[in-house]
Every structure is written in C-alpha cells, then in structure tokens.
Design a binder for this molecule. Structure first.
Ligand SMILES: [Ca+2]
Length: 294
C-alpha cells in the first residue's frame, strides 16, 4: 500500500472520478490538499486542470481524461517511494531500469565499465571482465534487478540526479526496522521496532540460506518488510553516508551471506571507491517543511 497523497486541487468529485478512470492504483490516497513536494509536474498540471472547471461539463470531462493519462504515467514513478515522517525513501533498491534512465540522461560511464569489470569474491576479490550495472553477472540482465558494481560516489551521483541523496546509517536503520507509517497494514504495528527488516524473522529475505534466489532477486520479488520496503535486509548491500576515513558503511547484508548480516548493529565498512556484484544502494528524499512532521 502506498502512503502517497495525490493532490487534485479543489474539485470534490475528482478523487472518485480518478479512481473510476483507473488513473490511480488502489493503494494511493487521493485527497484535496495543497500540492506536496513529491508531486511531479504532471500532478501539478492535473491539480490545475481539475481545479478549473469553469468551462462546462463536457469540456471538463475531456480535460479529466487527458489529466488521467498524465496521472497514470506519473503514478508509477512516484509510487516507487515510501513517504515516512522525516523523509521519503525508495521502496526498493535502485534497479537496472532506473539506473539506465540516469545513464541515458547523463551519459554516465561507470568505473566498472571503464576499468574492465566489477568484482566478485573468489580467491580474494577478483575482477570479472564485462561485469557492470548493465551486466551484473556478465550477461544482460532484467531491468528489475538491483543496479550493482557502483561505488559510493557513483551511487551518490545517481541519488542527486534523482532529487535525493544517500541515507545516513541512522536514517536507513530507522526506515528499515521501525514501522513509521500512520496506518500500516497488518501485521505491522506503528512505532514498533522489529528485530529484522522483514519483521519478527528473516524469512522472505534473499540471503545465502535456502530460498528461491541463488543470486540477486528482482525488485519486489522478496517479502515486503517494515514500512513496506523491499530488501532492506539482504539481496545486496546498500551504501550509506556513514564515514570511517575513506570507507563508507554498507548495510543490510546480501545474498552472499546468511541472515546475520541483516541485523541493525552490523558495522560493515567498504572503501568508498569499491564496487562489486553484491553492492547496490537506494536513495532518500528530503521533504519540504510543510510535509515534515518531526
Ligand atoms: Ca538467496
């Protein structure tokens, strides 16, 4: 379920109309409020269009259909984030598909691509020719797999491009272990801090323990955890901004390890310029002051 609030201006009929048109998913809350910081341009156009109903019934519905088109396109983008009290956070690890949009927009060529391939642990760290975010295991991979083989700075650059930043370890831990949604679906309990990012047990995460995923799992394939987030534990390690000299803390463990590395108190630092097949990231997004509740 989404915590997304969609602004539709001041038209009382618009929320129901949009649902009937299928312009918003069942998890989205459609409300009549001032536009929030996460509203993308299509939403703002929609708010403007629906607010202005002085042109008569037929014209108004034509505009509504046009607006629904923009709404559907924008919804898929915004629903990739979960809005928490202090910040929003990516629902999943940044995927190959998302990173590809960044690469197309910026022309970025990553270090793993320029330097001959990413790393995997064998007899020590071994460079794998041709392995990169696009080909995490040496072959073109599906878009929903996590983007890996990216160092801290490359991950940070992506988040900035996306309008966010990398989380601190404390922010990541809060989002990963404490249920912060106002009305979480069962069995989640607001304000409860769980022992695992997946709740009372690590079941459903992609670790090296028996599970359906021998290597990285695609976004949304594992069991949703605290705050509706996927893969905060295991799948791939995630970069944070916590620094120890030239190293940065990575969190959550990965498919290479057992569940023990999912725990909140794990301190795993890696060189900031390191990249590997087990190492990805997600971004957080600061809220505007009128959306910040603490
Ligand atoms: Ca696994």
């Amino acid at each position: 379920m989404s915590d997304l609030k969609i602004d539709v201006g001041h038209d009382a009929a618009a929320p129901l109309a949009l649902r009937r048109l299928g312009a918003v998913g069942p998890g989205a809350a459609v409300s009549r409020r001032r536009p929030g910081p996460l509203l993308q341009k299509p939403f703002k156009w929609l708010a403007l269009i629906i607010s202005n109903r002085s042109t008569g019934r037929a014209s108004s519905w034509r505009w509504l259909l046009l607006a629904a088109f923009f709404m559907r396109a924008a919804h898929a983008q915004v629903d990739e984030k979960v809005v928490l009290p202090a910040f929003a956070i990516d629902r999943t690890e940044v995927t190959i598909g998302q990173f590809e949009r960044y690469v197309r927009a910026t022309g970025t060529v990553t270090r793993a691509e320029k330097e001959g391939g990413g790393f995997e642990f064998g007899a020590g760290w071994e460079r794998r020719p041709g392995w990169s975010w696009r080909q995490p295991d040496g072959t073109i991979a599906q878009n929903k797999l996590p983007a890996v083989h990216l160092d801290f700075f490359e991950a940070q650059a992506y988040c900035r491009w996306a309008g966010g930043r990398l989380p601190s370890g404390a922010e990541w831990q809060k989002a990963g272990f404490t249920e912060l949604r106002d009305t979480p679906p069962a069995p989640w309990v607001k304000d409860r801090t769980y022992p695992w990012t997946t709740g009372e047990s690590p079941n459903g995460a992609n670790t090296s323990d028996p599970d359906p995923w021998p290597r990285a799992a695609p976004a949304g394939a594992t069991r949703a955890g605290v705050n509706g987030l996927f893969d905060m534990g295991a799948n791939v390690w995630e970069w944070t901004t916590d620094a120890n000299g030239k190293e940065r803390r990575t969190v959550g463990g990965s498919w290479w390890y057992g569940a023990f590395n999912m725990k909140a108190d794990v301190q795993a630092f890696k060189p900031a310029d390191f990249y590997a097949v087990y190492l990805g990231f997600r971004c957080v997004y600061d809220l505007q002051p009128n959306r910040r509740s603490q």
